[in-house]
Write a protein that binds this ligand. Structure first.
Ligand SMILES: C[S@@+](CC[C@H](N)C(=O)[O-])C[C@H]1O[C@@H](n2cnc3c(N)ncnc32)[C@H](O)[C@@H]1O
Length: 314
């Protein structure tokens, strides 16, 4: 086992049934990384070269302002753990004592034997953390359920939470901030990278998504539902809204659950959305959620902003 502790709090079957019953046409993006989706993402990400310099320079400067000595470092959606490893090294460079929690809604994304690079990064993190008397833990859970769990709480350590890779683009930011606001306690930190609107296109993301085509529903077999119960087809075209701040792929789905065919008023299901946010609006929403913005840095492409945030109130 790669981790000192592995917690599995997954209860997605209910959510999936809610989705196929037609109550919503928004497929939660986390399903995207289930089953074969995880392997695809990890394989793809190992081919994309991420320029870590901008994020690390920003973090290095921000780290100096962290007054606490000990943290529970919680990385939501660590992916191939590349950035996670860099952040762990940075914490140790600044003499911070940490225990680490990898958190993901996808079980597969936390079983890092999937690719060599993910396995290698987790091994390095484990070594560093153990040398510094911390623990390395993993937890399969939807971020929207984090506040219900006690395992991340500590009387002596603040939380330092990261949600990187622009993943916030896949969810409603207001819902995300509400969830974070109840998860974070006073003086806990949150580091985000936020895809911002204007300028440059999101073509690389579109390309990435195209690669997943037609394999999205692998997760169904993991949820004890028979894949034969579902007939699905992914449309060949992306949906892009008028101001191009969001896009999604559409999916035609017919499902039979317990031998009953479910009919849908809409045959189009959005399964993946990529939002680009207005930085000013986002900052206001943070303040409204009791989260203060400590520092902001926009990358040289001006399409992504890094934000260091801190929970201001109890
Ligand atoms: C694009 S990867 C991010 C990888 C990495 N952080 C990086 O910067 O390279 C997004 C990850 O977030 C996870 N994720 C998406 N929605 C989630 C949710 N609601 N709760 C928990 N994890 C979620 C996915 O399963 C996936 O593993």
């Amino acid at each position: 086992m790669m981790y000192d502790n592995f917690f599995n709090f997954k209860k997605d079957t209910d959510e999936l049934i809610h989705f196929v019953s037609g109550a919503t046409n928004q497929m939660p993006s986390k399903f995207f990384y289930e089953g074969i989706g995880a392997k695809h993402w990890l394989t793809l990400s190992s081919k994309i070269k991420f320029n870590k310099d901008e994020l690390m320079t920003f973090l290095d400067q921000t780290c100096m302002h962290l007054t606490n000595e000990s943290f529970n470092y919680i990385d939501i959606g660590p992916g191939d753990f590349y950035k996670t490893h860099e952040i762990v090294k940075l914490f140790l460079k600044h003499n911070k004592n940490i225990s680490f929690f990898a958190v993901d809604a996808s079980y597969e994304m936390l079983t890092p034997h999937l690719t060599e690079s993910a396995y290698g990064n987790v091994s390095k993190i484990k070594k560093l953390i153990h040398e510094n008397n911390g623990t390395i833990n993993a937890c399969v859970i939807d971020l929207f359920n984090l506040s219900k769990m006690n395992i991340f709480k500590s009387t002596t350590r603040n939380k330092f939470v990261t949600f990187l890779g622009g993943t916030i683009a896949n969810i409603d930011y207001q819902e995300f901030l509400t969830a974070m606001s109840s998860f974070l306690e006073k003086d806990d930190y949150l580091l985000l990278d936020l895809p911002i609107n204007k300028e440059t296109s999101s073509s690389s993301s579109i390309e990435r998504i195209m690669k997943y085509k037609s394999e999205h529903f692998h997760f169904i077999s993991r949820l004890n539902l028979s894949p034969e119960d579902f007939i699905y087809r992914v449309d060949q075209e992306d949906f892009i809204n008028e101001d191009e701040t969001a896009y999604a792929q559409s999916l035609h789905l017919v499902a039979t659950l317990n031998k009953t065919e479910l009919s849908f008023s809409k045959k189009e299901f959005r399964i993946f959305t990529w939002n680009r946010y207005d930085l000013e609006k986002f900052q206001k929403a943070c303040i409204g959620s009791g989260i203060e913005v400590l520092s902001i840095f926009s990358n040289h492409n001006k399409n992504m902003s890094f934000l260091m945030l801190r929970k201001a109130t109890e």
